[in-house]
Design a binder for this molecule. Structure first.
Ligand code: NIG
Ligand code: FE
Length: 424
């Protein structure tokens, strides 16, 4: 029981973390996203305390103002940093099997596009997923969720898109639903039926789009299986007109768009996203001045996926250009078997600093509050704010916040707390 001497309010099941070397990303003004030059600033308190009560952040401040009281649990964080758990707004972590054969093909000279043209890539994962039972996919996906939680992720978006037929897309979304029911982290589901054109529709892709709109979407809405809708808007996949048709159909069922655009080519996907008030546009490795100008007119969150660029050796999203133009930016993993077989947000934050020249403060803003915004979780996640979920990372003893992206290969996490409880 904790009695706050300032408000005279008593709390149940309270945890105190004290002597925190630095408490990062404290937000007290209801900020929902951080844009442009403001991203360089990461509000923090040196020598701080944090109080967690019933799974939520109840109080925080400087040590010299710490209320004297009894707590159920007290943690000495001397020399350690506390920050909000990572928010990963773009993953495909429900899948069956892996694609390490294609990885070796790429080492031997084939490109991601070459492999896709041969019937590999997304279609390869779709075949595996269609042939795997829901229970088996659930078991494989559980391991990935547990791994990302241990790496400090406290909220995650997961897409369908390896089913590519009504039965298998629903199977994927039901697995996501079971993950939601099983784990304490926040999970948002995105319907990505338009991830690739199945072989049998190669000659008439619009017939597949009819199936997405007329068969899959109503069923998904009826079972309440998705929060968002996504399309892979890319040369050889879905063009802007097809993308627009699909996101308009999703809108009718209340699904906001989060779309894959500009991964390999700039073909107008950004403009379609902006026109339809997409929540986010993701990838953005190839950005024209027109794409930049369109984003400036919008509330859509740009999302960069540097681990994908790293793994495929494709260009990195021009983060400096976006941020210097005053735009916000979020970071996510893209965890999937083809282009990013890693859900490690610590690696993403490091890579954003090392390869995209984001400052550590910018990268942490991008991987917490801005990433929460990119999945509609900005009111409950992504910052140290009273009343938000107590999803936090307690680091090992480290010299400064800069050490987090600097020591890119080390595990710097001491404890991850989800809803105020330490996880192992
Ligand atoms: O975001 N680009 C489209 N989708 C995934 C890759 C999917 C795959 O290769 O399996 C991505 O990179
Ligand atoms: Fe993706």
């Amino acid at each position: 029981m904790y009695l706050n001497i300032f408000t005279n309010q008593s709390y149940k099941m309270a945890t105190l973390i004290y002597n925190i070397k630095e408490l990062l990303q404290i937000r007290t003004n209801g900020e929902t996203k951080i844009c442009g030059a403001d991203m360089r600033y990461l509000p923090s308190i040196n020598n701080a305390y944090l109080i967690i009560e019933e799974g939520l952040i109840a109080d925080f401040g400087a040590m010299d103002a710490m209320p004297q009281s009894e707590f159920d649990t007290q943690i000495d964080a001397s020399g350690k940093i506390v920050l909000p758990a990572w928010c990963d707004s773009h993953t495909h972590l429900v899948y069956a099997g892996n694609r390490e054969g294609e990885f070796v093909d790429r080492i031997n000279g084939l490109s991601y596009e070459d492999i896709a043209k041969k019937g590999g890539g997304i279609l390869n994962s779709a075949k595996k997923l269609q042939d795997t039972s829901e229970d088996e996919i659930f078991e494989q996906s559980k391991m990935r969720v547990e791994e990302i939680m241990s790496l400090g992720t406290g909220a995650v978006e997961i897409k369908s898109g390896y089913g590519l037929n009504p039965e298998a897309e629903l199977k994927m979304l039901r697995v996501i639903k079971r993950l939601k029911e099983t784990y304490p982290i926040a999970i948002k589901a995105t319907f990505l039926g338009a991830h690739a054109i199945p072989l049998k529709y190669k000659q008439n892709p619009d017939t597949y789009i009819d199936e997405i709109i007329n068969v899959m979407l109503p069923k998904i809405a009826e079972e309440n299986l998705a929060n968002f809708i996504d399309v892979f808007c890319e040369t050889g996949y879905f063009n802007p007109a097809q993308t627009e048709r699909i996101i308009l159909a999703g809108e009718k069922f209340g699904l906001k768009a989060k779309i894959h655009v500009n991964q390999f080519t700039s073909i107008g996907g950004v403009q379609i996203g902006v026109k339809h008030k997409a929540l986010s546009v993701d990838h953005l490795e190839i950005m024209t001045d027109t794409d930049m100008a369109s984003l400036k007119e919008s509330d859509t969150m740009p999302v960069a996926l540097p681990a994908c660029s790293y793994f495929l050796s494709i260009p990195y999203t021009p983060a400096r250009k976006l941020i210097d133009a005053g735009l916000p930016l979020a970071l996510a993993t893209d965890f999937n078997p083809g282009s990013t077989p890693s859900g490690n947000m610590n690696f993403v934050v490091s890579t954003a600093c090392i390869k995209m020249k984001m400052t550590p403060e910018e990268a942490i803003n991008a991987a917490t509050l801005n990433a929460a915004f990119a999945m509609n979780l900005e009111k409950t996640h992504g910052s140290i704010t009273i009343g938000k979920k107590a999803n936090i990372i307690l680091t090992k003893r480290i010299p400064s916040l800069n050490f987090i992206p600097y020591a890119f290969g080390s595990n710097l996490i001491d404890t991850v707390f989800i809803n105020g409880k330490p996880i192992n």
